[in-house]
Design a protein around this ligand. Structure first.
Ligand code: DSN
Length: 471
């Protein structure tokens, strides 16, 4: 009798067993990563934890399917199950965001942005977007990105209070008549006024593209106003705040049938072509399955509760840091993000990042407006509350995190832009505090049947970094 075909769950189980037995070197590295995630307070603003069911879907045998095109219109055979999965992901994406159209194939939000721009702007055409140093994104026309190479990018900035300068947006739109106005940020702690962006876009006949990568969870949960019916296209990544796999989405609401630049083709059809074949080949079927799973979780009440906590936690974090004497950009936050401005202080972004990492606290260096330090050094530190809220931590826990962070920065003697000495006694004390918080708020990884070793004191060894070292 031939062996019956194992179900997907059995395949994953066999795969994990085979990995441990046949490739212990890699298996150990992957196990150490789980320990690391358990043992660190991750406040990198562009991260969230994928539920184990999302990780399982991302590892599905569906990955073996090669099929260009879209459900019902593939360029390869054997895609019948994948068609069903992709249709499910599309429906769930539309439902989660109240959209009329969704494309779930972009491999990232960067890919999604490139596809949308390719659909709406001719090469050499003008785009208007937030400046990178003011909290914009590379793919919004930065000179370091292909989008800055192929389009004429004009950038708006912030007002004196660090908010989006909408009057400047309107003036630049009037002056430069962009084909696309982008409303989206990667380091901005305040609510975006999508209606105002749309009015400006309309005043010059531009398409409005909203990139909600960082706030997609808040948008889906109703904790941030939605751009879906205001923008001509909305893009997002699926891992930053949606607890999904690495990947992106393109969404359109009321404007799905609006003609594109040729005056005929509806935006939804234009976006289909813009992803495939214009900018991508085969989609990633298992990633699309994982998106479907993550989007189902987004629809659950627990997700909304977590997003509420994300916002409350960020407010508590901003208040605590301000009370401890830190300069918080804009004086606070409306979303999940808090930015500390280190301008004029000896402390640099990279040293803060590295000293915190030595202690098991993860937050990334970030440029701030008018930053004079190099991009790898920076004068800012960006914090986010997604993962700690997923771990069940509330505002009281955030105040403890702020106190630990403050303690690290106070115990760090800066010797140059990248050189520092961290007091060893303070480092150990903070590590103990981090370990206590991590134990109290474990990662949401479902029921545990095996246990990995991982005291927080093991963190630097796991990272492979030496104390005081800036890579
Ligand atoms: N866009 C980068 C960030 O904001 O951290 C990574 O996704």
């Amino acid at each position: 009798m031939p062996e019956p075909v194992p179900p997907q769950a059995e395949l994953l189980h066999r795969g994990a067993a085979a990995l441990s037995a046949a490739d212990p070197e890699l298996a150990r590295l992957l196990d150490a990563e789980v320990v690391l995630q358990h043992a660190t307070l991750a406040m990198v603003a562009s991260t969230s934890i994928a539920d184990p069911s999302v990780l399982a879907a991302a590892g599905a045998a569906l990955s073996n399917v090669t099929a260009e095109g879209y459900p019902g219109a593939r360029y390869h055979p054997g895609a019948s199950q994948f068609d069903l999965v992709e249709r499910l992901a599309v429906e769930r994406a539309k439902q989660a965001f109240g959209a009329a159209y969704a494309n779930v194939q972009p491999h990232s939000c960067s890919s999604a942005n490139q596809a949308v721009l390719a659909a709406l702007v001719r090469p050499g055409g003008t785009i208007l977007a937030l400046d990178l140093d003011s909290g914009g994104h590379l793919t919004h026309g930065s000179p370091a990105s292909v989008t800055g190479m192929y389009y004429r990018a004009v950038h708006y900035g912030l007002d004196d209070e660090g908010r989006i300068d909408y009057e400047q947006v309107a003036a630049l739109a009037e002056e430069h008549r962009p084909s696309v106005l982008i409303a989206g940020t990667s380091a901005h702690p305040r609510t975006l006024d999508f209606a105002r962006f749309r009015a400006i876009a309309d005043s010059v006949g531009a398409y409005l593209v909203a990139d909600i990568s960082h706030i997609a969870g808040l948008v889906a949960a109703g904790e941030h106003p939605t751009p879906i019916d205001l923008a001509h296209a909305t893009t997002t990544s699926t891992y930053k705040q949606l607890g999904g796999p690495r990947g992106g989405l393109i969404l359109i609401g009321r404007e799905h049938a609006t003609p594109g630049p040729d005056g005929r083709t509806p935006l939804s059809r234009l976006m289909q072509r813009a992803v495939f074949p214009l900018s991508q080949g085969t989609p990633s079927p298992a990633a699309i399955a994982a998106k479907a799973r993550a989007l189902a979780l987004v629809a659950e009440p627990a997700f909304k509760e977590t997003m509420r906590l994300v916002v409350d936690n960020a407010a508590a974090l901003a208040d605590s840091l301000t009370a401890l004497g830190h300069r918080v950009l804009t004086g606070g936050t409306d979303n999940h993000m808090v930015l500390i401005d280190l301008t004029g202080r000896p402390m640099t972004g990279v040293i803060a990042e590295r000293a915190l990492e030595e202690c098991g606290i993860l937050a990334n260096r970030n440029r701030v407006p008018d930053d004079t330090r190099p991009p790898l050094v920076t004068s800012g530190l960006r914090l986010g509350t997604n993962i700690l809220a997923q771990r069940g931590m509330g505002p009281a826990g955030m105040r403890s995190c702020a106190a630990l962070l403050h303690r690290v920065l106070e115990a760090t003697v800066v010797r140059g832009e990248r050189e520092y000495v961290l007091d060893a006694g303070e480092r150990d004390a903070v590590r103990a505090g981090v370990a206590e918080l991590c134990a109290r708020y474990p990662l949401p990884l479902g029921p545990v049947s095996g246990v990995l070793d991982g005291p927080v004191s093991a963190v630097p060894a796991v990272f492979g970094l030496r104390a005081g070292e800036v890579p």
